[in-house]
Design a protein around this ligand. Structure first.
Ligand code: AMP
Ligand code: GLY
Length: 423
C-alpha cells in the first residue's frame, strides 16, 4: 500500500521512519515533509491545509492511506473532504472527522464531553462576551493560580496561567473583548488549577475498539528546571517512571474506557489517535486536554519502543481488525532531546547550515524543522532536531542523546541539558 504522511515535524519523520520498516507499505509520500522524511519518503511541497492539491497527489500516486500528523487539517475537515468526494472517498484517512476533531478544536466541547461521560477533569466555566461577569465571579471563588483557555485552536499559545486575580480578570477581558487570540478566544474556558505532574497517554481507536501505545512525558518549557515560555516540546521520555501498574489501571478504567464509550454512545465517528494529556494529582489522574493526533516530541520516543509493524497496525485499524492487534513494547527506555533555533519560541532565524549529522551514532536522528538544499541540511523552523536513544533506563537513554547532540552544530543551537531532571 502507498501511504501519505501529512506534516513537517519530528513526529512525521518518526512516522516515516517506522513505516519504512513495514512489510505492508510500498511507498511513502510526505507533505510537505522535511530533510529527515526525505530519507524514507518522497516529499511534496504542498500545504497540509491545501486539500485540493493533496487530492491530486493522492490520485496521481495511487495513495490508499493518509496518516495526518498535525491537528489543523483535521479540525478544518480533511477527513470529511475525502468522504464527500466520490473519487477519493475510499482512501483511508487516519485522523477523525470534523466532529471528533472538536475534542481538540474546542476546549469547551471537550469539557462538556468529559462531564457527560464522568471523566475526571478540572472544574470549569465557559464564558463569552455576554457573561463575562459570571466569569469574574467564578474567578473570585477559585484559588490562584488562574487558568484561562481560548476555546479554539491558538497554535499552542491559547492557555494562560496567572497568579494574580486582577490580572486574570484583565486577561479574561482581553481574550473575550479585545480578541487576544482572534476568533479562538471568542469563548474562554476558565479552569481550576490542578497541581501535579503531567504525562501523555496515547490510544489508537476506530471509535469502538482501541489499543494503547506507550505513555510518555514531555518537557514543554524552554528553560531548564521547567522555566520560561511554553514550546512545542523540548524533549520526552517513555515509559514514564512514576506510572505504576495500579495507576495505569486507573487511567484505563476512569479515563480511556469512558472516553471510547463516550464516543460510541454519542455517535462521534473516530478513527485515529487520541492523545490524552493527563495530570497526576496525588493518586488521581485527571484530563488536562484531548488531542486528536500523536504528540510531538512524544512520537519520537513512543514509536521506537513499539516492536509491531506500524503499517500492519494501521491496516488492521482501517479493516476493523484492531481487536486482533497485540501490542509489543520494548522494555528499554527511550529519550529524545530536541535542539531548537536560537530565540525560539519567540523570534528566531532560519537557514543555518547544520553540521555533524553524519557522525556515527546509535541514536536515531529525527528532523523537525529542516530543509535540504544541494545536499546540505539547513534549519527551517523553531524545533530543529529530535535525537532519540534507547537505554536500559531513561538516564542512560538521555545521556546517549546528549553525547550525540553535543557534536551537532548550527548557529544559535540551544537544547535543554536536563531532560528527565524531575524523575
Ligand atoms: P493545554 O493546551 O490545555 O494542554 O494547556 C497547556 C498547558 O497548560 C498544559 O500542558 C499544562 O501544563 C497547563 N494547564 C492546562 N490546564 C491546566 C490546569 N487546569 N491546571 C494546571 N495546569 C494546566
Ligand atoms: N508535545 C505536546 C503536543 O504535541 O501537543
Amino acid at each position: 500500500m502507498n501511504i501519505l504522511v501529512l506534516g513537517a515535524g519530528g513526529r512525521e519523520n518518526a512516522f516515516c521512519w517506522k513505516l519504512s520498516k513495514s512489510k505492508y507499505i510500498n511507498k511513502i509520500y510526505a507533505v510537505p515533509g522535511n530533510a529527515g522524511t526525505e530519507n524514507y519518503a518522497e516529499n511534496h511541497n504542498i500545504s497540509v491545509n491545501d486539500f485540493q492539491k493533496i487530492k491530486s497527489l493522492v490520485i496521481d500516486k495511487g495513495i490508499k492511506m493518509v496518516l495526518v500528523g498535525p491537528e489543523e487539517p483535521l479540525v478544518k475537515g480533511i477527513h470529511d473532504y475525502f468522504l464527500n468526494d466520490d473519487s477519493i472517498k475510499d482512501v483511508h484517512i487516519i485522523g477523525p472527522q470534523k466532529k471528533g476533531a472538536l475534542l481538540e478544536g474546542s476546549k469547551s466541547f471537550a469539557k462538556e464531553f468529559m462531564i457527560r461521560n464522568n471523566i475526571p477533569t478540572a472544574k470549569y466555566l465557559k464564558v463569552n462576551e455576554d457573561n463575562i461577569n459570571e466569569g469574574n465571579v467564578f474567578l473570585d471563588d477559585l484559588s490562584p493560580p488562574y487558568v484561562l483557555k481560548a476555546d479554539g485552536l491558538a497554535a499552542g499559545k491559547g492557555v494562560l496561567i496567572i497568579n494574580n486575580l486582577n490580572e486574570a480578570k484583565i486577561e479574561l477581558k482581553n481574550m473575550l473583548i479585545e480578541k487576544k487570540f482572534g476568533e479562538a478566544s471568542k469563548n474562554v474556558v476558565i479552569e481550576e488549577f490542578l497541581d501535579g505532574i503531567e504525562l501523555s497517554c496515547f490510544v489508537l481507536t476506530d471509535g469502538k475498539n482501541y489499543i494503547n501505545f506507550p505513555m510518555a512525558k514531555d518537557y514543554k518549557k524552554i528553560g531548564e528546571g521547567d522555566t520560561g515560555l511554553n514550546t512545542g516540546g523540548m524533549g520526552a521520555i517513555s515509559p514514564v517512571p512514576f506510572v505504576s501498574k495500579e495507576f495505569k489501571n486507573k487511567i484505563e478504567k476512569e479515563i480511556i474506557r469512558p472516553t471510547i464509550n463516550g464516543l460510541r454512545k454519542e455517535k462521534i465517528a473516530f478513527r485515529g489517535f487520541i492523545f490524552i494529556g493527563l495530570i497526576k494529582v496525588k493518586d488521581q489522574p485527571k484530563v488536562i486536554e484531548y488531542n486528536v493526533r500523536m504528540g510531538d516530541p512524544e512520537t519520537e520516543v513512543v514509536l521506537p519502543r513499539i516492536k509491531n509493524d506500524f503499517g500492519e497496525i494501521l491496516i488492521s485499524l482501517v479493516n476493523n481488525k484492531l481487536k486482533f492487534v497485540k501490542m509489543k513494547f520494548s522494555d528499554h527506555s527511550a529519550a529524545t532531546v530536541v535542539s531548537v533555533s536560537g530565540g525560539y519560541p519567540a523570534k528566531y532565524e532560519k537557514g543555518k547550515e547544520i553540521k555533524g549529522l553524519d557522525n556515527k551514532t546509535e541514536s536515531i536522528i529525527f528532523h523537525c524543522g529542516t530543509i535540504k538544499k544541494s545536499k546540505k541540511v539547513f534549519t527551517n523552523g523553531g524545533r530543529v532536531l529530535a535525537v532519540t536513544s534507547l537505554g536500559r533506563d531513561f538516564k542512560m537513554a538521555v545521556s546517549k542523546s546528549y553525547s550525540f547532540i553535543k557534536n551537532i552544530n548550527y548557529k544559535g543551537i540551544y537544547y535543554r541539558k536536563d531532560i528527565g531532571f524531575d524523575l
